[in-house]
Design a protein around this ligand. Structure first.
Ligand code: FE2
Length: 386
């Protein structure tokens, strides 16, 4: 392999009670960036404010970051930061507020820069002249607290822009299992399967390394040992903590090794039908592992490590235990059971999925026709045998 690099947050503070680490940050002013209402409803927003104040911070709150955060929200966050002049940005919530905070921070540091200029910049601008970033995730899934990625949506033109730079890796990630313990069951299931997809795809990726392999394998083991328990027993803090750590470890793996066809196909079926990201990954994954195993002996490695005979079958069994169907057409929401619509969009969706950047690091070569074949097998729940 060519020269590789591996970038993760400088400080990863984990375990029950790690939320309190906020009081140890060194600074004077902190802005908390958060989403809709759940962090407030469960008291975590108030608690973050209280801990920061205990640490001597003046605190401002920017709330209401929506799912799929927009350019407008990012600009509103920048304005709030320019007015308050924080030296710490505290992102609290799911992937959306964390992603948004990374780019609000970028524009707070470079207020004259436009979104278009950022997209077209030859290199991502250097941050940390005004502030640093701490991320506290409320779901065990996207791992935005770890990764160098942010997805911002141009809502007017329905375009999602993935931004990537080591500059937007958080300075501090706080992985406290108390926070995701409030996730509803179906979100626990979907986000947990997203973690499994991150770890599986990072492991088989053509950009994998010894460093990412170690993290990915352990994350897979943690998911198989704990996701079902976290789903069935929401208050089981042991299982919640293992899943929260698995999410962060899978994040460390895929931020360097990237992903593969599971994510390419999930992104585009999500774009066409609006199916939840983790749910799409969960259903697609067994079929793509079947397809990839001809090109990667890493699937054998997973089977050896887990002590099982058939990894795709094990993923399907895990799906069933989480009440996730085995085929896309069995998903009753999002219009996926409308076969006529499926047939209408399949060619476009396959071409777009093939063009997704995640396809580049999939271990087995494909083309739009192959992607279509995979989509149709996953739609009908038919195994891919060669
Ligand atoms: Fe994902």
């Amino acid at each position: 392999m060519a020269v590789g690099s591996f970038k993760i947050p400088g400080d990863i503070v984990f375990g029950e009670g790690s939320f309190e680490h906020l009081a140890n940050l060194e600074g004077k002013k902190a802005i908390i960036v958060t989403g809709g209402s759940s962090m407030k409803r469960f008291g975590f927003l108030e608690k973050a404010e209280e801990i920061l104040k205990k640490g001597g911070f003046e605190v401002k709150i920017f709330e209401g970051v929506e799912e799929n955060p927009s350019v407008e929200t990012v600009i509103a966050g920048k304005e709030a930061m320019l007015e308050f002049e924080p030296d710490w940005i505290i992102a609290l919530g799911g992937g959306s507020p964390l992603d948004a905070a990374k780019i609000m921070w970028t524009f707070y540091e470079y207020p004259e820069m436009t979104f278009d200029e950022l997209l077209n910049a030859p290199a991502f601008p250097k941050l940390r002249n005004k502030a640093r970033l701490a991320c506290i995730p409320s779901t065990s899934g996207t791992a935005s607290e770890i990764t160098a990625f942010s997805v911002i949506t141009d809502t007017a033109n329905h375009i999602k822009y993935p931004l990537a730079s080591p500059e937007i890796v958080a300075d501090v990630a706080i992985i406290d299992p108390i926070i995701p313990a409030k996730m509803p069951k179906h979100i626990t299931a979907n986000t947990g399967m997203d973690v499994l997809a991150h770890a599986t795809e990072a492991l088989v990726s053509s950009a994998a390394s010894d460093y990412t392999d170690a993290l990915a394998i352990h994350a897979i083991k943690l998911v198989f040992a704990n996701l079902k328990t976290a789903y069935e027993e929401p208050d089981n803090i042991y299982a919640r903590e293992r899943m929260h750590n698995a999410s962060a470890m899978a994040g460390m793996a895929f931020t360097s090794a990237s992903l593969g066809l599971v994510h390419s196909l999930a992104h585009k079926v999500g774009g066409e039908f609006g199916i939840t990201h983790g749910l799409a990954n969960a259903i697609l994954m067994p079929y793509i592992v079947q397809f990839n195993r001809k090109a990667s002996n890493k699937v054998d490695l997973i089977e050896k490590e887990l002590g099982i005979e058939d990894y795709p079958k094990a993923i399907k069994e895990l799906n069933l235990s989480l009440n996730i169907p085995l085929s896309l057409k069995e998903v009753t929401d999002f219009g996926l059971n409308n076969e006529a619509k499926w047939n209408e969009v399949i060619d476009r969706m396959s071409a777009n999925a093939y063009a997704d950047p995640c396809t580049l690091t999939n271990p087995r070569e494909s083309n739009p026709e192959i992607v279509k074949m995979i989509y149709n097998h996953a739609y009908n729940g038919e195994d891919i045998l060669d």
